[in-house]
Design a protein around this ligand. Structure first.
Ligand code: CA
Ligand code: CA
Length: 297
């Protein structure tokens, strides 16, 4: 099943009509526009000249048959392919470097030989990731540019090929949507963008019943991550720490204090992004230290 980037939403919402319905276990290709709806193709087109109503489109949503509030969607990211050209912007009063940016600028980033060409001397290996991915929140619609418990604009570098993302289901069908690919991004996304790019994402969607989560969880071959967003980085850090404590408490038969001690040794608190304008943090749990336990979702 392929979902065209002509069918997008600008907010994740219970009332969004699904553009398709899949069965658990199905593989789906989401064709995605970049976060500017592919409006910026040349360096003379500044962010201020774009139609802001069409920023951060997410392709979909796709309903998952049988998904009900309290379930979990497992989204296995099989493949991310990006287009031949990406774009970056620097805009006064936007991002963490706002005080230094005096003039708006658009920079086109060609993609050549699996590298993002920043200039003749700086060519960065592609590491494609999904900026916006989520389900529909329970009640109030959330713009796709904002992250939350449902996912959304998490701009998290670990949401990439080979990762399994677990998302809470808040409404019937779950309503999975995604977009805003980045060909390259550093943790933090300090200037307010990565290499913004259109592309195609291939995912396998599974439905997990009988296990609820409050916020997204991610797994890859090396680690587990809790991911959460909040108005401040401190609050986001607290949430991911609480969520990791809960994750481990449910899976390790160790006393509370020792789970805390263990987390203090083997968990890394990391920054996803600081500009959306909510902040997103993640806590990374290295699988190696717990190899004897074989943790499962
Ligand atoms: Ca983003
Ligand atoms: Ca973006």
């Amino acid at each position: 099943m392929k979902v065209s980037s002509e069918t997008v939403v600008y907010s994740m919402a219970a009332e969004n009509k699904p553009v398709a319905t899949c069965k658990p276990g199905n593989t789906i290709i989401f064709e995605t526009k970049d976060c500017f709806s592919n409006q910026i193709r040349t360096e003379d087109k500044l962010f201020e000249l774009t139609d802001w109503d069409t920023v951060n489109p997410a392709t979909g949503p796709v309903a998952v048959e049988g998904a009900m509030p309290g379930d979990v969607l497992k989204v296995s990211i099989k493949k991310i392919e990006v287009a031949g050209q990406g774009v970056m912007i620097a805009v006064p009063e936007m991002g963490f470097l706002d005080k230094y940016i005096e003039e708006s600028q658009t920079k086109i980033i060609p993609i050549e030989n699996d590298q993002a060409v920043f200039n003749d001397k700086i060519k960065l290996p592609l590491s494609p990731m999904i900026g916006v991915i989520g389900t529909a929140p329970a009640e109030i619609a959330v713009p796709c540019g904002t992250p939350g418990s449902h996912g959304g604009n998490m701009d998290t570098t670990s949401i990439k090929e080979g990762a399994d993302l677990y998302l809470p289901v808040f409404v019937e069908g779950g309503l999975l949507a995604m977009g805003d690919l980045h060909a390259v991004m550093g943790d933090g996304e300090v200037v307010v963008c990565g290499v913004e790019i259109a592309g195609e994402v291939t995912v396998k969607v599974d439905l997990i019943k009988g296990k609820s989560i409050s916020d997204p969880i991610l797994e890859n071959s090396e680690a587990w991550y809790t991911i959460a967003s909040a108005p401040t980085l401190g609050e986001a850090a607290q949430k991911v720490t609480d969520n990791m404590f809960e994750f481990l408490s449910q899976r390790l038969s160790l006393p509370t204090n020792e789970i805390g001690m263990l987390m203090s040794l083997i968990c890394d608190l990391e920054v996803c992004q600081v500009v959306d304008p909510e902040k997103t943090a993640r806590m990374k749990l290295d699988k190696k230290a717990l190899a004897e336990y074989d943790l499962m979702f």
